[in-house]
Design a protein around this ligand. Sequence first.
Ligand SMILES: *Cc1c(COP(=O)(O)O)cnc(C)c1O
Length: 503
Amino acid sequence: MVISTTSAEGRGEQVNCTFASRYVRNVLPKFQMPETSMPKDSAYQIINDELMLDGNPRLNLASFVTTWMEPECDRLMMASMNKNYVDMDEYPVTTELQNRCVNIIANLFNAPIGDGETAVGVSTVGSSEAMMLAGLAFKRKWQNKRKLEGKPFDKPNMVTGANVQVCWEKFARYFEVELKEVKLSEGYYVMDPAKAVEMVDENTICVAAILGSTLTGEFEDVKLLHDLLVEKNKQTGWDTPIHVDAASGGFIAPFLYPELEWDFRLPLVKSINVSGHKYGLVYAGVGWVVWRSKEDLPDELIFHINYLGSDQPTFTLNFSKGSSQIIAQYYQFIRLGFEGYKNVMENCMENTRMLKQGLEKTGRFKILSKDIGVPLVAFSLKDSSKHTVFEVADSLRKFGWTVPAYTMPANAEHVAVLRVVIREDFSRGLAERLISDIDKVMREVDTLPSQVSSKTAHVTPTVDEVVRDSEVAVKSTVHKSETEAEQEIVSRWKGIVKKRGAC
Ligand SMILES: *Cc1c(COP(=O)(O)O)cnc(C)c1O
């Protein structure tokens, strides 16, 4: 009898299940490519297993970015995974879908487009790339104008609120534009239009307003900013323009607050960016920038390439990228229509209100978000003398929820908040569940020793609190002279400044 001895080992691998194979017993390579290959099912299983330890995207309440789409759209996306968007000549239909999206968005933002005219805009990887393109257009336009006037053009600046998203700070650093930030104050967490206009000078390439502050969801008052800037331009002879960073609010305002004037209805608004992957309802990887008109996008920033086929204009920071997100954006536009988007946004707002009420009912939180804005709830602890929002965030993780906690930017650093973003897939049931879990967490936190003296605590008292406490101290210690009481206030202040400096 002949027993085949060929490749007992190889045969073993074929009949063994993945979990009994040698691959799951080996140490996984972390620095160098392994010498040999492994079977595809093992590679799949190993990576899949490691990924199980990532958080659940649907319970990630930190992010605005879409975590759920309809299965029909998932199918369209999977089918176009292998299309490089930049090959426009090879995939003319995909390019056409992008152009349709640009037109739809420009019209949604009330761009002055004549009948049959196409809008000026482009798809990007996200709002960050989109706003960098917009920023570059402003910078170049300003430089060209200064050159013509024979004036220096080496010190461009841009005015924003201190609450800007990090992408603006990146733009400023990467493209050498000074960022002039309007400071915030306690209870006022967006850019003050009057202060912003005050900061504008002849080197200002644009003022950037945010529709939907990342920190609280509040809309900045673009209309007031616009009217004040029109006035200033009249007085100075400048023509400082406005950019609106509508990353999160661009797909909220048109549906929920159609009367609100924040977009191209205001003549100084020259460009707007919006994230398709936030309330545009597409998975991560798509943003949009649209310009008011051709004149607002300097020609010299547009490159023309012909090595992929016919002449193709391109104005983006990177070259190759996927097509799926653009196709998915068009799917959402035609599938949902204005009616569908409005429904989704109304529903998000409804759940936001419910969550706010639930939080208020606990009696433990102060809500910082306004009623009008992006559907999110930013809230702080009413009593932060023993425990901090950072502890609450940590404890919520045990229930599976990711809720970020952070401190506000200058000059409101002493305010620490938790933030829950309400997305389409955050249903009422989940909202109810979250409220009950927060309630449990608060009761648990109460039983823990106070963390406030530790380094992680951000509970520096506010100016008002110090003054108020000191006033109480003054009243209750009648024997103290006025100067003694004043000295006490000053020394407590010094303590605060020191503490902040140490952070
Ligand atoms: C999210 C966000 C950005 C960055 O957008 P990406 O699409 O993630 O690049 C910029 N500005 C604001 C106000 C945002 O909310």
